[in-house]
Design a protein around this ligand. Structure first.
Ligand code: OSB
Ligand code: MG
Length: 369
């Protein structure tokens, strides 16, 4: 393929309800979409970065800047472009994995659309549908939390994840366990605890959680390894796993027993698949995380979640858990599952009118011949 240019688009989509985590409250998803135009086909990619650098160091304006200033010009130098050439072409630029992932995803989508191959088929999917969980934000009260969880279970979600932080951990977990019994339940701390909190986190042990996600800071693998010896709940890493090598290191150190794979966080779907392979080789289960994606990002995540090592339900929720109107035809939950798209590439494209209505800015970065 030959690259013609790349469009960088910022959109703002209101969330159906505010989503509170230990690092802040989101009411609107500000997201960056990348559209690559080549001589053979167009392709789309969604950037996972949020409005502010609170989950990781990346944020939408920085991603847009590094894409137009450095990443797209570097990609313009590549001849016979395909997705496997993207990461090597961008490797000199440190970090910015979510921006790199968006660009690689768009190139992969264009490549697959040109060849009539679906994302799932290209990545190695072995299932037509994937089991879905839902991530439940920190609420103002336990009754409000119980109502939210009841509604999600009612529509069929197969696993509940509670966001926790100091002051909102053991009690909400106890309340959900007591009210709903033997459901699949896990928690996510988004780095809100410290090395001194092992005894406190052991307070979660009686509740038979599937896992506790990222209790300690991103760069504290050793702290997680120490914590793993002192609590019974399995540790799952999210923020810490930025590459296949980081996954291999975390496993070797005993820092985690389970891995959350988010393609944006690790630089794209090709690296995400390598992490899946590393974890499978070590018998470590993985599941697909989420960054409040629109239908574009969700399509690719659902395809990834259909790989054989994805042994736990993912944060791949239906469109209506996030948005009143998604930018693609909505993903709908059926018996707690989402269908893996089968069309070429991502299998979905944005609905033009909806996309225009939520667009804040577009920038066309031409690639000179
Ligand atoms: O840590 O998994 C996380 C959302 C934004 C940033 C980080 C996280 C999350 C979620 C929601 O938990 C997952 C989703 O449903 O997209
Ligand atoms: Mg997480």
């Amino acid at each position: 393929m030959k690259l013609t240019g790349v469009e960088i688009r910022t959109i703002e989509l209101p969330l159906v309800s505010p989503f509170r985590t230990s690092f802040g409250t989101e009411t609107v998803r500000e997201a960056l979409l990348v559209r690559v135009v080549t001589d053979e086909a167009e392709g789309w990619g969604e950037c996972g970065a949020g409005t502010a650098p609170l989950y990781s160091s990346e944020y939408t304006h920085a991603s847009a800047d590094v894409l137009s200033r450095y990443l797209i010009p570097a990609l313009a130098e590549v001849t016979d472009l395909n997705a496997h050439k993207v990461a090597p072409a961008l490797a000199a630029f440190k970090g910015h994995r979510m921006a790199k992932a968006a660009l690689e995803t768009a190139v992969l989508d264009a490549d697959l659309r040109a060849r009539g191959v679906s994302f799932g088929h290209a990545l190695g999917a072995v299932r037509d549908t994937v089991p879905c969980g839902v991530s439940v934000g920190i609420m103002e009260s336990i009754p409000a939390l119980l109502d939210a969880v009841a509604a999600y279970l009612e529509v069929g979600y197969l696993r509940i994840k509670l966001k926790i932080e100091p002051g909102w951990d053991v009690e909400p977990v106890r309340a959900v366990r007591e009210r709903f019994g033997d459901i699949l339940l896990q928690v996510d701390a988004n780095t809100a605890y410290g090395r001194g909190d092992a005894r406190h986190l052991a307070g979660l042990d009686p509740f038979d959680l599937l896992l506790v996600e990222q209790p300690l800071p991103e760069d504290d693998l050793l702290g997680h390894a120490e914590l793993a010896k002192r609590i019974a709940t399995p540790i799952c890493l999210d923020e810490s796993i930025v590459s296949a090598r980081a996954a291999a290191d975390a496993i070797a150190l005993g820092a985690c027993q389970i891995v959350n794979i988010k393609p944006g966080r690790v630089g794209g779907y090709l690296e995400a698949r390598r992490i899946h392979d590393v974890c499978a080789a070590h018998g470590v289960p993985v599941w697909c995380g989420g960054m409040l994606e629109t239908g574009l990002g969700r399509a690719a995540n659902v395809a990834l979640a259909a790989l054989p090592g994805f042994l736990l339900p993912g944060d791949t929720s239906a469109s209506d858990r996030y948005y009143r109107t998604d930018i693609t035809p909505p993903f709908r939950l059926q018996d707690g599952h989402l269908a893996v798209p089968t069309g070429p590439g991502l299998g979905v494209t944005p609905i033009p009118d909806v996309l225009e209505a939520v667009t804040v800015t577009t920038k066309w970065v031409p690639v000179n011949p």
